[in-house]
Ligand binder design. Structure first.
Ligand SMILES: Cc1ncc(COP(=O)(O)O)c(C=O)c1O
Length: 379
């Protein structure tokens, strides 16, 4: 028995995201893990990802089964030795999650936190590196998806280069659309996944790691399945994955990378998202919503708005009514204020931005929400 297919909604979220029909259809055949063609796909995907990071000849790509968090945990556990110490730059949930990973790992770290609407503080980092000689690694999030805020990657990279600290970047929601190039920013590792700006389906996380750092990481990892050193060693020696590979996800990822190149790579993809973001921010402003972030801090990935203070606004009803009209948005993740988020990544364009804006206008009219501004105290 098959389920009755329903038209898929547009996913305006931080992921999973809307993918192209051709990416989806790349999953329609089965592959054996030792299949020569599958091994060739694996090699091609890994090489392409290294190329996208500007790391050919210096860095390697280590993919891992699972969602992005698996790759984050694996990278931190593999690259930061038990005797190391990290400083984590936090301004949202994903920075905090990395601190939680360190707690699980029982490895030494400290946190430099700024409020969720404020980028990482590079001056505070400089002071911290000056005064705490035990620090070996700096860990940051390029675009903190909690709000969509862009963090000062270049300035942090430059500081790490000057002070000789290793930089690890969670580039989960940025890689493929925002620039991060190993020839310009000296990073030890970046971490991302198949299903954000690269527009594959979820199921693979990966790290692009400086070869020398990976070579020196043997024995650091506390976990068999998360050990990127072993994952890489096995893949290099056999061309295969250490454990059952996510075959269909990889085939879809290969197609997604082809489409990424056809769109003009990082620049082309970033330009489409920028247009989406611009249209969305303008449209929401015209509807009377207040955005959380000033434009210059806003990455073209996901946008955050305060919920209207009008008592007739009810987020659950709003969400359900938009979903009914074919648009899935996302609740807020802020600790300080009631917000919601609308993403502009995935296989979507300005037509979908116009579509969701029209749907929002109609739903607010239905709800009778005339005043869309937040509480005076919050705005
Ligand atoms: C910046 C960032 N880091 C890490 C993650 C975690 O990825 P996942 O939910 O795939 O485990 C996300 C997910 O949205 C993210 O945006």
């Amino acid at each position: 028995m098959t389920k009755t297919p329903k038209t898929a909604p547009w996913l305006l979220t931080p992921g999973p995201l809307t993918t192209s029909p051709t990416v989806k259809s790349a999953m329609l055949r089965d592959w054996g893990s030792r299949d020569a063609e599958f091994i060739a796909i694996n090699r091609r995907v890994r090489e392409r990802l290294v190329e996208l990071a500007g790391g050919t000849g210096t860095h390697v790509c280590v993919p891992l089964q699972g969602s992005g968090t698996f790759a984050v945990e694996a990278t931190l556990a593999t690259l930061i030795p038990p005797a190391g110490k990290a400083v984590i730059l936090v301004n949202g949930a994903y920075g905090r999650r990395m601190a939680a990973i360190f707690d699980y790992l029982r490895r030494d770290y400290r946190v430099l936190e700024t409020p969720e609407h404020v980028p990482n503080d590079v001056q505070a980092l400089a002071q911290c590196l000056d005064t705490d000689a035990a620090i070996t690694h700096v860990v940051m999030v390029q675009c903190e998806t909690t709000t969509g805020i862009l963090n000062p990657l270049e300035a942090v990279g430059e500081l790490c280069r000057r002070t000789g600290k290793a930089l690890i970047v969670d580039a989960m929601s940025a890689f493929g659309a925002l620039p991060l190039d190993a020839r310009e920013t000296r990073f030890e590792a970046l971490i991302a996944s198949s299903n954000k700006c690269l527009e594959g389906v979820p199921g693979i996380g990966f790290a692009i790691v400086r070869q020398g750092a990976l070579d020196g990481s043997r024995g650091n990892c506390h976990s068999l399945s998360l050990d990127l050193y072993e994952q890489h060693r096995y893949m290099e020696s056999s061309g295969q994955w250490r454990f059952t590979p996510p075959t269909h996800v990889l085939a879809a990822f290969d197609q997604a990378l082809l489409e990424h190149a056809e769109e003009g790579g990082v620049q082309g993809r970033g330009a489409r998202y920028e247009k989406n973001c611009e249209r969305l921010l303008q449209g929401m402003h015209d509807l009377g919503f207040a955005a959380l972030l000033p434009r210059k801090m806003q990455a073209p990935i996901i946008t955050t708005y305060y919920q209207p203070a009008d008592p007739r606004f009810d987020f659950s009803a709003f969400y359900a009514a938009l979903s009914e009209r074919g648009y899935v948005i996302y609740p807020g993740k802020l600790t300080q204020a009631e917000t919601f988020r609308i993403g502009c990544i995935g296989r979507v364009g300005v037509a979908q931005m116009d579509g969701v804006l029209a749907a929002i206008a109609a739903v607010l009219d239905e709800m009778g929400v005339e005043n869309r501004s937040p509480d005076a105290g919050v705005a």
